[in-house]
Design a protein. Structure first.
Length: 268
């Protein structure tokens, strides 16, 4: 093979998995994101922090293709995702959990995780739920994966109970399992500690570290619980009023005057 051609076609193993470049999002006259840029390295945990209204959820919704960007670029493994619809994200290797959960309360734990297995191929949660309920035949490979995730996340005792019957902390683990069932390369965690008590947050930290290691994941999380995000993240990106104000190690970001001012301003 021509060396120059080989260098073009072979992916750079050291390149970041996710690149966000100069992203702008406007809602009418409101600028929600203003020239935001950062990288997410492969198989690392990156925390996205900032006061309320900083633009974190808007950015997550852009990464999930729920929101359109006004300008800028977002690439996964060197390929733009901005021309893809939201339902194609699972097939591209992006999984997401939601702060308010995206589970089917009337379905069992097993069924919810099974939907995640099918969503990677089909991309439509509701259609997959209806299909599962109509059909008695379940893909064996998907069922096997669902059972493996149930065991991994210690959900065996509640596997065939309806999600609505479970404590909120357990529902969070089901949501985590559903996202893992999509076999993501990039896992987006939207305030995973929200609603959890101190003991559950400690367990969540172990869960995120463990799954990142065991599944070779790259993780980007939005989180207000500073103890959690600073304790597990390899890198931190801080936003305020839609702009990136800091990026670095947890220690570097915690010492940033801009970050300190942003949080002190929020507390007044």
């Amino acid at each position: 093979m021509n060396p120059s051609l080989e260098s073009i076609t072979r992916p750079d193993p050291n390149a970041p998995l996710l690149r966000v470049r100069d992203v702008v999002v406007r809602f009418g006259g409101i600028v929600a994101l203003d020239q935001v840029s950062f990288d997410v390295p492969k198989q690392k945990i990156v925390g996205l922090i900032g006061p309320n209204g900083a633009g974190k959820t808007t950015l997550f919704n852009c990464l999930s293709r729920l929101y359109e960007t006004t300008s800028g670029g977002i690439e996964l493994d060197g390929l733009s995702i901005l021309d893809l619809p939201a339902h194609a994200m699972a097939a591209r290797g992006i999984g997401r959990t939601f702060q308010n959960l995206a589970l089917f309360p009337s379905a069992t734990v097993f069924e919810n995780i099974l939907i995640g297995c099918h969503t990677r191929k089909h991309g439509n949660l509701l259609a997959d739920m209806l299909s599962l309920r109509r059909s008695r035949q379940v893909n064996r490979a998907a069922a096997a994966m669902a059972n493996e995730l149930i065991a991994y996340l210690r959900l065996g005792d509640v596997a065939h109970r309806k999600v609505a019957q479970l404590p909120f902390g357990t529902q969070k683990r089901v949501e985590f399992a559903r996202a893992l069932a999509m076999k993501p390369r990039l896992l987006l965690l939207d305030e995973p500690a929200c609603g959890l008590n101190h003991e559950e947050v400690e367990g969540l930290a172990e869960l995120i570290r463990g799954t990142q290691r065991d599944f070779d994941l790259t993780v980007l999380l939005v989180e207000h619980h500073m103890g959690l995000v600073m304790g597990i993240s390899d890198w931190i990106v801080a936003l305020n009023f839609g702009r990136r104000i800091a990026a670095g190690t947890p220690a570097q970001v915690q010492a940033s005057p801009e970050v300190i001012a942003a949080y002190l301003g929020e507390s007044k």
